[in-house]
Design a protein around this ligand. Structure first.
Ligand SMILES: COc1cc(C(=O)NC2CCN(C)CC2)ccc1Nc1cc2c(cn1)c(C)nn2-c1cc(Cl)cc(-c2ccccc2C(N)=O)c1
Length: 296
């Protein structure tokens, strides 16, 4: 079959030279940063994957190559139920390809956009899985550094799969504080803005922002300009509308959004928080992508 080429020069059949696996290029799923994402189908098994494609023309500067290498090195070292599975990484003359677990229900971003707010049981269901994955990451001395709704993917069983390790880093020694972060996390912590040195606590801050956004329908520090948002983060200036969410939810959000990193709980402490004492469904139907569930 004559391979059609678009500006990314992606052939219709892509071959992983290491495993000799042949993938046919499926539908365009989306784009993020330098990458475009396509459904890739293994022609011998029919299994579908999410293929992140990065043109080599975007990886000419050394630090861009290093960032890509860091993302691959970290992601391929992970194996957890609530983290996107990394399958393969290879290149051809034009592109680098990362073959990842396909999450057919997209991400919490699309669910949030459609639902605006989600119920507390649904939030406990999702956040419990995110925290389990973060305990695993932090135990391996890895900080994700860009936890946000668009990186929290959902499979057909509505299970959370954390993806996009493009800003992740590894802490060599427990006492280490990272000084640099090239990229702009969506839910950025004050110590990153102030370049004060940061560590695992930045993921707890992002989790607080995710909790707030799921339960209240918009991010805690949102304004019309990045400058004003950064100013509110620096001043820890956010409001939790009283009586719209439970006391336990208010308290957990406040703990995760404490200005000083060392005042925030660890992921293991969050996992034991009274917030999770409330009813938590064991599974969720795919209908929650569009309508609130009815709990019998
Ligand atoms: C069937 O599975 C999916 C369908 C769709 C889908 O129906 N997209 C439509 C959007 C509207 N346009 C007009 C047509 C396509 C999106 C993501 C899927 N799944 C999926 C995506 C994945 C992964 C696993 N699974 C992994 C791992 N990474 N990405 C990934 C990678 C990159 Cl570079 C960008 C994005 C992305 C880009 C833009 C917006 C949203 C996203 C997003 N977070 O899903 C997602």
């Amino acid at each position: 079959m004559e391979s059609t080429k678009d500006e990314f020069n992606i052939p219709n059949v892509i071959i992983d030279p290491r495993t000799r696996t042949q993938y046919s290029k499926g539908k365009f799923l989306g784009k993020g940063g330098f990458a475009r994402c396509y459904e890739l189908i293994d022609v011998s098994t029919g299994q579908a994957f999410a293929g992140k494609v990065v043109p080599k023309s975007m990886l000419v500067k050394p630090h861009q190559k290093e960032k890509m290498q860091q993302e691959v090195t970290i992601h391929q070292s992970l194996n957890h139920k609530h983290i996107v599975q990394f399958f393969s990484y290879f290149e051809d003359e034009n592109n680098v390809y990362i073959v990842l677990e396909l999450c057919r229900r997209r991400s919490l971003m699309e669910l949030h956009r459609r639902r605006k707010t989600v119920t507390e049981p649904e939030t406990r269901y999702f956040v419990k899985q995110i925290v389990e994955a973060c305990i695993y990451l932090h135990d391996k001395r890895i900080i994700h550094r860009d936890l946000k709704l668009g990186n929290l993917f959902l499979n057909d069983q509505m299970e959370i799969k954390i993806g996009d390790f493009g800003l992740a880093t590894r802490i060599e020694n427990e006492a280490d504080r990272k000084r640099t972060l090239c990229g702009t996390p969506n839910y950025i912590a004050p110590e990153v803005i102030n370049k004060k040195g940061h560590s695992y606590e930045v993921d707890v801050w992002s989790l607080g922002c995710i909790l707030y956004t799921l339960l209240l329908g918009k991010p805690p520090f949102e304004t019309s300009s990045l400058k004003d948002t950064y100013s509110k983060i620096r001043k820890n200036d956010y409001l939790i509308p009283e009586n719209r969410i439970s006391r336990e939810s208010v308290l957990l959000i406040q703990r995760c959004l404490r200005h000083e990193p060392y005042d925030r709980p660890t992921m293991s402490q969050i996992y034991m928080d009274t917030f999770f004492s409330g009813f938590t469904p064991a599974t969720l139907p795919t209908s929650v992508c569009t309508v609130a569930p009815r709990y019998s």
